[in-house]
Design a protein around this ligand. Structure first.
Ligand SMILES: [Zn+2]
Length: 415
């Protein structure tokens, strides 16, 4: 990996052709997870271009600029297990995989980007051998302390060899919401091929481009999120490595994600019929056409105007708005829309790691849920829109006492 902070990609990450073209711009913005300490609030921040590029050769959508992953992931503060929705999701995921692939106490499951062990914990409880790989130092150390063995590394072919030597080959390798963050996919796949058993399965979960387009989820665009996956692009990618996508399903997390099953071409898995129906659906949604993304960019501009109008109306009545949830995507939204402290007084987040910090770019203070109970804002602006239903349910009391929620997307509305 290059040691500079950022570089512009000259070729497509999936097909390697030098035929990429800019189709939309959301920046420059600071890194979406670069939350600031109070001592850093007055210091200048680094802003990086945030532009979507389309490959005219294979139809893949990707960020044009790659920020050095050490800057993005070593100090990652986002702990997955702070969300009950995710905990349940990964418990269900682990049970399903253990059943479907007949895993037992001799099976090894390796998770790339394992975070605090949110997926490995249920695997462990089901009696499977586990290993996590994650470059985020604090979160990985915490996982190790809690009995989730985790290598504090970026996964690559060198680490794959090391794991194989110490732990043996893997039955299952997972990358849930990490695959879209990886620049050097070739290196990852080389590692997979070293580590997987002949009948081993690699399982990816990543946001799905069809949901991204349909629901105008532009705020999934941030510097960590390098790739915007379709089944079509995944097939193109793995084909180069003699691997096949043999099963695909939709899952509900992140407002609509893909779960994709990949194995060696030489393995026994037959390609299921549903793979073809996903491809058909993608053709209909024109995910492989440049115009689709140009239109996408302009519709976001319209949504932005509608939201700003709505917020201006509320602020003209001197109401207090608190942001709810400080995910990376919330920072794309705030920075790209230019919504700052003049509109949102503070942001509430469940993660103690974020409380006491300030949002990157807009420098809005992040507080604990307790703060909302004490200060009773008029509105909660749901930045973590993908949890809107569960947040509204959890804050039933807030609503009973006259509080209202602002859901910014896909169509800005007050509930
Ligand atoms: Zn390409």
């Amino acid at each position: 990996m290059k040691s500079s902070a950022i570089f512009l990609l000259k070729y497509c990450r999936v097909c390697k052709e030098k035929n990429v073209e800019k189709v939309a711009s959301f920046g420059p913005t600071p890194l979406a997870n670069a939350f600031l300490k109070s001592s850093e609030v007055d210091l200048p921040e680094c802003y990086y271009p945030l532009d979507l590029y389309f490959c005219n050769s294979c139809g893949f959508l990707q960020l044009g600029h790659v920020v050095n992953p050490s800057l993005l992931f070593k100090n990652y503060v986002y702990a997955s297990s702070t969300s009950q929705v995710f905990i349940k999701h990964f418990q269900d995921f682990a049970s399903k995989i253990v059943g479907e692939f007949s895993l037992n106490k001799d099976s090894l499951a390796v998770d790339i980007g394992s975070n605090d062990g949110i997926l490995l914990k249920p695997f462990k409880n089901l009696g499977i051998k586990i290993l996590g790989v994650d470059p985020a130092e604090e979160i990985s150390k915490k996982a190790n302390r809690e009995g989730i063995p985790t290598l504090i590394e970026f996964f690559d072919s060198k680490i794959a060899k090391k794991i194989k030597k110490t732990y043996g080959s893997a039955d299952i390798i997972t990358a849930t919401n990490a695959f879209a963050h990886i620049h050097d996919l070739d290196e990852i796949i080389k590692g997979l091929k070293i580590l997987l058993k002949d009948q081993g399965v690699f399982i990816i979960e990543a946001p799905y481009i069809i949901d991204f387009l349909k629901n105008k989820y532009f705020d999934l665009v941030y510097h960590e999120h390098l790739s915007y996956w379709s089944v079509r692009s995944l097939i193109t990618l793995f084909h180069r490595f003699d691997m096949k996508v043999f099963d695909v399903e939709k899952v509900g997390v992140h407002g609509g994600s893909l779960r994709v099953f990949v194995a060696l071409n030489s393995s026994d898995y037959k390609i299921k019929k549903n793979v073809r129906s996903f491809l058909k659906q993608e053709k209909l949604a024109r995910v492989d056409k440049k115009e689709t993304y140009v239109i996408f960019g302009s519709t976001i501009q319209k949504s932005k105007l509608a939201l700003i109008k709505l917020l201006a109306k509320i602020k003209s009545k001197n109401k207090i708005i608190a942001g709810y949830g400080a995910p990376a995507k919330g920072n794309t939204l705030l920075n790209f829309f230019g919504i700052g402290n003049e509109t949102i007084d503070y942001i509430v987040d469940d993660s103690p790691l974020k409380q006491g910090l300030f949002s990157p770019g807009k420098k809005i203070p992040i507080v604990s849920p307790e703060y909302v109970r004490l200060h009773k804002p008029d509105y909660l602006f749901i930045l973590a829109w993908n949890f809107a239903d569960s947040i509204i349910e959890r804050y039933g009391d807030f609503r009973k006492k006259g509080g209202k929620f602002i859901i910014p997307f896909p169509t800005p509305k007050i509930v």
